[in-house]
Write a protein that binds this ligand. Structure first.
Ligand code: ZN
Length: 255
């Protein structure tokens, strides 16, 4: 009972923060302030009232349209809010009220912001990955329940090193923003689960690319840009919750 109430709080907390992460991910790449102006409709630029800003519910009340000009609002905002809420709730369910829960919430927050900005602008900002890296570098020294601190440092080095080399050879298509994100991911997860993220994100990214080609969105000879950041984020989230299970399963295939 108490556990369900706390889970509900984590969900709400994630919903509200998810709404804030949308704003950060969409405004920061433009150099806009995160707090001013207040949120506005992208079509008619009317400042939104408090009742227009309730995560998910406003979207449902207004049936996905701006209350002032009637233009459709992209559902992406609500989807990201919901995903953030869900991930926060699952984090509590899996890790309980532990320091690692705080760590995972921080990591998920970074991943959500990165996903929003990469989807919207093909950008992963240093302004996000650098502070995240140094915060995790310090916090992981004290909180590392699954891996040694060294494993986390090796993860950071591997994540950066492997993808820095790839980015050097694959001119375009794989940006330095992705490289720095992999450094953050490796630092957070430690090197064994970093390998899981590399497997998952490249497989999911390739699969998605193939599906897009089959769907005829990608025309031959022309590169259709697909941001890779969201796949790194998706792989990372899966590795947070299932990383060690996936590693065990993988080894069980050989032993
Ligand atoms: Zn409007």
């Amino acid at each position: 009972m108490i556990s369900s109430i706390i889970t509900g709080f984590f969900f709400l907390y994630g919903l509200i923060l998810g709404s804030f992460f949308n704003v950060v991910g969409l405004r920061m790449p433009n150099g806009e302030s995160i707090v001013r102006p207040r949120s506005y409709c992208p079509h008619c630029h009317r400042t939104l009232a408090a009742r227009d800003l309730v995560p998910i519910l406003s979207y449902m009340w207004n049936k996905g349209h701006c209350r002032y000009c009637g233009n459709p609002i992209p559902p992406g905002y609500s989807v990201m809010e919901f995903i953030t809420g869900l991930l926060f709730a699952v984090t509590y369910q899996v890790f309980g009220l532990t320091p690692e829960t705080g760590m995972v919430l921080l990591f998920i927050s970074v991943l959500v912001i990165v996903t929003v900005s990469d989807l919207a602008y093909f950008l992963i900002l240093d302004k996000i990955t650098f502070p995240a890296f140094f915060a995790i570098l310090i916090l992981r020294f004290f909180i590392h329940p699954n891996e040694s601190y060294e494993s986390h440092l090796i993860g950071a080095g591997l994540g950066f090193g492997i993808f820095y080399i790839i980015a050097m050879f694959a001119r375009g298509g794989f940006g330095l923003g992705d490289v720095k994100l992999f450094a953050v991911v490796g630092l957070f997860l430690g090197w064994p689960r970093l390998l899981v993220v590399i497997m998952l994100s490249t497989c999911l990214g390739t699969l998605f690319g193939l599906l897009m080609m089959v769907a005829g969105r990608a025309t031959e000879g022309r590169k259709t840009a697909i941001p890779f950041g969201p796949f790194i984020a998706l792989g990372s989230v899966l590795a947070v919750f299932f990383g060690y299970d996936l590693i065990d399963w993988y080894w069980s295939l050989f032993w």
